[in-house]
Write a new protein. Structure first.
Length: 116
């Protein structure tokens, strides 16, 4: 499943933020039970760059509502402080075993400069 391009609400450098994603079958709109999926989040300022600016591995994801298709991951204040004030490109990957991969690409996350 590949979701169409979307833009998340803007965040500020140095603020903690939780990103929540809902996974559904495109054909029916029914939620996917994500309980047994391995999750990763990749954050890049340029989607073509080789190395990520930030990566969140499976162990950092909140899977409390996974059976309802809802997965969440938190970027800490320190992690967002390390990001430049620009638009970042996110990719969320969900892998089930070795064969099923769900990918949400073209997710944009605007990061604003923190004013103190």
């Amino acid at each position: 499943m590949i979701q169409q391009e979307q833009t998340l609400d803007e965040i500020k450098q140095g603020e903690s933020v939780t990103l929540q994603f809902t996974f559904r079958y495109e054909s029916t709109g029914t939620v996917i039970d994500m309980s047994n999926y391995t999750m990763t989040l990749t954050v890049k300022n340029d989607p073509t760059q080789a190395d990520a600016d930030l990566t969140k591995a499976d162990a950092t994801w909140d899977k409390t509502d996974a059976a309802s298709g809802i997965m969440a991951v938190t970027l800490s204040a320190a992690q967002t402080a390390a990001l430049s004030a620009e638009i970042y490109h996110l990719e969320v990957k969900a892998v089930y075993g070795t064969s099923t991969i769900i990918s949400k690409k073209d997710i944009k996350l605007p990061v604003l400069e923190s004013i103190e």
